[in-house]
Design a protein around this ligand. Sequence first.
Ligand SMILES: N[C@@H](CCSC[C@H](N)C(=O)O)C(=O)O
Length: 746
Amino acid sequence: MFFGDLASCLRLREQPVTCHPLSDPLRRWERPRRRYYRGLSITVSPALCETAAPFPSFPFAISPVLPQHHSSPPIQALGLNKKPTEVIRSITPRIWYSRMSTTNRPFLSTMLTNIWAFRSRQQLLRTLAKSPSPPPQALTPQRQRRGSSTSLSSLHSLEKGRKSVEAPATNTGTGTSAGGGGGAGGGGGHQWERDGGKLWIGGRTADGKEQYYSLGVIRRKSFDQESIKVDKSITKLTRVERRKRFYVYGFLIYVTGKRRKRAFTAKKLVLLNRKRVFISLHSIQRREVTISPQPPYLDLHPFDLPFSARIAQSPMDNLAKTVASRLGLEENMPPTPLDSPKREASPQVKKPLSMATELVYIDSATGVRDPYNAASVPIYQTATFKQNSATQMGEYDYTRSGNPTRSQLERHLAKIMKAKRALVVTSGMGAMDVITRLLKAGDEVIAGDDLYGGTNRLLKYLSTHGGITVHHVDTTKTESVIPFLNEKTALVLLETPTNPLIKICDITAISSLVHQKCPNGVVVVDNTMMSPMLMNPLDLGADIVYESGTKYLSGHHDLMAGVLAVNSEDLGEKLFFTINATGCGLSPFDSWLLLRGVKTLGIRMEKQQANAERIAAYLEDRGFKVHYPGLRSHPQYDLHARLARGPGAVLSFETGSTTISEKIVEGTKIHGISVSFGCINSLISMPCRMSHASINEQTRKERGLPEDLIRLAVGIEDVEDLIEDLEGAIGGAYEGSGLVPGQQEA
Ligand SMILES: N[C@@H](CCSC[C@H](N)C(=O)O)C(=O)O
């Protein structure tokens, strides 16, 4: 197939096209042999075309791709009444013809690679500006299928079984020749149909407009294996896969070539029946993903090979609506910014990178790209984002809903938290609040009896105001959880190590029990004390992990933040919904600070943990009852070692006397008397007076929280100085008391 063939048959439609002013990545893409122009993408959609031999006329859709390469507003149809070569030549004198198909099968991918390339974006924009816009009815059935007066609704009827559109006879051939297969009577759809596995993506937007965005080839792997089951059209994709070019265009699924390892995954495609797939657009992931801000969901209709072409008709029909509501997803859900795609190893990377490296390394393929390759992700200190038009919304519109700096942080966190999606909010308790919004009256929550005071306070509030039943049990004994597991159990909250008694919960065992016994049970783990450096609860069976970003993740106590991470798309969407709806997303500046902090988590934690191990041993030698999972004396030493990669840097110890404890705390100099932990500076506190003061004394007593407990959050200072500081304070506190460390005050 040659570009010239297309010249006689292309008909373009136009809408204003704008490019991001910073986007000029062409040079980058000239280098590899694939010649995509990344600033603008062109989508050829036979779904919308008039047919002309040997090809249908392909309306072009031009989609601006933001410089970060992850975002594209919905395809904007470009409808110049010019032949494509004219258009393209008027845009640029330089056209590359690469990867010509020798099979004559008009793979969309082939064509795209053939026609990519505009040297001058400005030139293109000027050209477009001069061209008249087509009337809205340009998307008439006649334009979709030559020789057919079938309307979209009749095609929809076809979907429903009224076969008002027959496949042109010419399309039942071998399917290997574009020219023959796509002959004069052939609908564009059939060209693709024979190649199998093509998807037409179209739909009705929230405001009722029909939009047809693209079509393409989707490879089987792109589907969530669980949900896709076997679909005839998809099983035909083997050939396509072999070609190693997998395209679904428009604003969704995109290109991958194994050589470049730019695979992506479409997730949560729910197969409604053999021919229809319901898809959450938010779930599409790819490094250079284009995500539609609207509508949130579309039906995708994979071709049914033996039958005639089917064009996506997707007002949200009842079935789709049912699925959406079952998934808890609303039709009118707001746009969601980037998903956080799982990192895929670059071809050069032979083995998985270690966490220490992952923390520092921002993968340019999964990260938000900056056109200037800024080494530090810029702070997008903006509340709003301008749109290309009144109807075509970009990925970002308002920072409450999403911001590129936050997106970059979320992607990075998702990677290190071994999550599919991470979200960041304004505090750890904010994260907890977002999670508890999954609850409804009548639900039951199981939480520990040794847990952070703020968590306890929020749960108490929910139980008194929200109709939620909260069971506080000793989650560090797995068997204590069992009697409370039932069909009403909605959340099981685990902190491990617990705060402040540093006991350990068996995340793996409890998660498995919850998932067996509670159909609606979600296991939530507060991983603040370990951080992703030391533990990844999602890998241990948890459904949601949250952390206070104020602590180890940022490390300097100069910001408040909360982090949520999930592997379930549904949960991710629900959490995002609350964040957007309530406006608790992290600000651009704090996102930037947190991202910067995360990069040093590895060395901070290493040093802090090493110091903590020394101090724990020192305190134990000194005669105190020390709670620290790095000590052999810890009753759950082995369990912790199974779950985590280190004991961390928070420990607590009992003196036997609250008066002595107060004196020790107040007698230190280097240790700051402060709540919180995870800072590079060492902190000392008395939980019952400070972080856990919101739990009343009676409850503290019932739960066995010692009033004399001292909590140490060990920093990066010289450990000898820290020990000397403690020794001075301890010596001073006991002087003249008649007590010795560990001795209970009468
Ligand atoms: N006054 C605060 C106490 C915050 S404690 C912070 C941290 N999670 C810790 O364990 O030290 C409050 O009432 O929440």
